[in-house]
Design a protein around this ligand. Structure first.
Ligand SMILES: [Zn+2]
Length: 120
C-alpha cells in the first residue's frame, strides 16, 4: 500500500473541507441575516440556513475523520481497521481514505447505527 498516496489525498481533503466549512458557515449566516427583516421569507431562509449548517456539520465530521486518519498515518496504523487491526481493503481506502474500519466492521456499524436503540 502506498501510504504517501493516501497521505496526500488526506491532506488535500483536509484543505478542501476546511475551506468549504468556512464558506458554508458564512453563507448560512449571511442568508439568514439578509432576509431576516422580510418576515414572509423568514421561514424559508431559516430552512436554507439550516440545510447549509447541516452540510457544514457533515463536512466537519468528515474533516475530523480525515484528521484522525492523518494521525494514523503519522503513527503507522493507517490502513488497518481500528476494531480488529486487520487490513482495510484498498478499494475502500481509495473511495474513503479516512475510513478507520474494514468493510466488515463498517457494515456492522451501519447496521448498528440504523437500528440504534439506547443501550444505557
Ligand atoms: Zn475490521
Amino acid at each position: 500500500m502506498n501510504i504517501q498516496h493516501y497521505k496526500q489525498r488526506l491532506l488535500d481533503l483536509e484543505r478542501t473541507l476546511s475551506a468549504q466549512i468556512g464558506q458554508e458557515a458564512d453563507q448560512g449566516r449571511g442568508e439568514f441575516i439578509d432576509s431576516a427583516h422580510d418576515v414572509g421569507d423568514a421561514s424559508v431562509a431559516d430552512e436554507v440556513a439550516s440545510e447549509e449548517f447541516t452540510e457544514a456539520e457533515h463536512n466537519s465530521d468528515v474533516l475530523q475523520q480525515v484528521r484522525d486518519a492523518l494521525g494514523r498515518v503519522a503513527d503507522g496504523t493507517f490502513g488497518t481497521c481500528i476494531v480488529d487491526g486487520g487490513p482495510i481493503e484498498e478499494q475502500r481506502l481509495e473511495a474513503l481514505p479516512w475510513t478507520p474500519y474494514c468493510l466488515k466492521h463498517a457494515h456492522r456499524l451501519e447496521v448498528a447505527a440504523s437500528s440504534r436503540t439506547p443501550t444505557l
